[in-house]
Ligand binder design. Structure first.
Ligand code: HEC
Length: 185
């Protein structure tokens, strides 16, 4: 019995050591150099984004000491990798207006549904919780910045002739996106 307990303990140690090495090697804590220092939505909304989203959706991630713990490092590293992949506010300057509107529209939805920031993140970073007042700021600042796409009267925009124009605009922006993508590759 004792032998098994020892083998089990040794196995746990080996797994922990291996996952620690993997976490250290596979996930860099060096933030990519690109930054955006300008205003995204507004001073008050940007403060919320910085506080609640930037750790996973920018190149200004803060890495706490526990980001070096085995397993934690992998979970955290994946969150950051996938988060930046979805939207990276540090690239705000480089992406098209359409992409910006998409990021903000989705962000508004995710925060509104309580999906973002994730509960596990909020558990360790309670200050990241977004209040309903802050969500209202995000919504009104987003509507002011993208009245054509995120305005409160959005539902009406496809009535009459306006709708077609919007579609054309989207296509132009698609091309712009494609072009930028090619430039980067
Ligand atoms: C702990 C890391 C983390 C934080 C903090 C975080 N996110 Fe995310 N976010 C992710 C990950 C990982 C994904 C991709 C997987 C998913 O959709 O759950 C994601 C996806 C998203 C998406 C795309 C959703 C979709 O399915 O299209 C949006 C929009 C988003 N996040 C907005 C935000 C906003 C806004 C905040 C701040 C209020 C925030 N996130 C905070 C990790 C994070």
């Amino acid at each position: 019995m004792r032998k098994f307990a020892f083998a089990g303990f040794a196995l746990v140690l080996v797994v922990l050591a291996a996952s620690w090495v993997y976490g250290e090697l596979a996930y860099s804590r060096d933030n990519p150099p690109e930054r955006y220092q300008g205003v995204i939505l507004s001073a008050r909304s940007d403060e919320v984004l910085r506080r609640a989203c930037f750790d996973c959706h920018s190149n200004e991630t803060r890495f706490p000491w526990y980001s070096h713990l085995p397993i934690v490092s992998i979970v955290m590293g994946e969150h950051i990798r996938q988060g930046r992949d979805e939207l990276n506010f540090s690239a705000w300057d480089r992406v098209s207006r359409r992409t910006r509107a998409k990021w903000i529209k989705e962000s508004r939805e995710e925060v509104g549904e309580g999906e973002m920031p994730g509960w596990d993140y909020v558990m360790f970073n309670p200050e990241a919780r977004v209040t309903s007042e802050e969500l209202a700021w995000l919504e009104s600042d987003a509507a002011a910045l993208f009245p054509d796409r995120l305005g409160r009267k959005n539902g009406k925009r496809n009535h009459g002739k306006g709708g077609e124009k919007d579609d054309d605009e989207d296509e132009d922006d698609d091309e712009e996106d494609e072009h930028r993508k090619r430039e980067r590759d």
